[in-house]
Design a protein around this ligand. Sequence first.
Ligand code: 4FN
Length: 458
Amino acid sequence: MKFHVLTLFPEMIVQGLSPSIIGKAVEKNIIALDAVNIRDYTLERHGKVDDAPYGGGAGMLMQAQPVYDAYRAVAGDRKIRTVYLTPQGRRFDQKMAREFAGEKEMILLCGHYEGIDERVLEEIVTDYVSVGDYVLTGGELAAMVVIDAVARLVPGVLGNGASAQEESFHNDLLEYPQYSRPEVWMGKSVPSVLLSGNHKEVEKWRLEQSVERTRTLRPDLYRRYEQRQRLIGRLSKDKRNQIPLMECLAGGQGRIVGTVGEDVAVYHRESGVCMIKASSAENGRYLLGVCPQEARRYLVSRDFMRNLLLERGYRELLVCRQFLYTRKVPLPVRHKDIRRLDAESLSCIIALCGMQNRAYLKERLCAGALYGAFVEDRLVGFAGVHAAGGVGMLYVAEDFRGNGVGASLESYVINRMLERGHIPYGHVEPCREAALRLQEKLGLYQAGDTFYWLEKQE
Ligand code: 4FN
């Protein structure tokens, strides 16, 4: 991703970000940062870029011409998302950061003095964005806030370990308190549970702390959290059918976009998947209406839902049976050399299974969600966790099939899911007989309706 910043103080942007992780990512060419000095584009002598406002009043305004020419020098005839940092803008938040992270390129425009001539703003700005309610001397710090928040979402900027951490991030909850050495500082001890070595107790304590902090400090976030927990409680009465929805909510990545009675639509933004539980076509129609525009895929489990989507021009991707692993005990893994894969394995994966689904596999790889089986350092198979939470993507090299590599891979992924407190589930097409047999062999049982995956036609 490329950030262009139009500013009177380019060194503020470049030097401000260069010591940080964002600066390292620039050095590694994972992102690009191009700070453009608006003053370089003035046609007036002495580098003048400002003038007094018509109608009078205090202070000066940045003039339209240098801003426009700097913009054209960057954008040419291309249409690029252009953000003006201004106190009048929409408040910047994590959702907006995610949206911007989907762009290939963006332009950030920083104001100075009393602001910028309205006419050039009308001409070039696509988004007005504010970082908060306080007076600043210029838009540069605001632009740096936006760049920092957006850039860290670009795959590779934080590296594998950190992006995997987001998986366990309890959305809607504030962070719990943390402690490091020494054990006693200024007479204050580290809470004893953290020294107990009991992983389960530690997790429980941390969740309690997060919940309590959120309840007292951020009642707005807490309401969302409570609504989600209540829904998970209701869905758990129909676990066999509702595991994907429950998992998506429990993971903290699913957003409830609508409810009618006992029915609900949940949007999983990372995968662009909408999951709908509807008990009637009427409710289904309503819930489809409230799903976000950007939803690319739907997971539904009733014929009338499937038909509603087909009527709306969606394409059927898969018709699946659902398998659940409801025991808590880890599965034995016979194949010894299985490891988490990183972005460098992409070429091995493509060599193994061809180019199909390349973009999706790359995305899962960068998210740290794929695991590989090796024989003498050769990748002979892989499996992982889908963006929406299911276990799958199982593939074994033809000359290694029938050796239990597939069973080991799936068992390994299931064990990782169990460690993180998930209920492992998978969707398998009825025609894939080997995969169906494997599910039974591993002790997963078929549960619930037939599930339909449908995709928006591009
Ligand atoms: N600020 C307020 C009201 C009126 C003016 C300001 C103010 C920099 C060019 C804009 C400020 C805050 C958050 C950009 C503030 C932001 C700016 C931002 C910003 C110089 C004109 C100015 C009521 C919000 C206190 C100066 C409120 N996010 N004017 O600060 O650019 O992006």
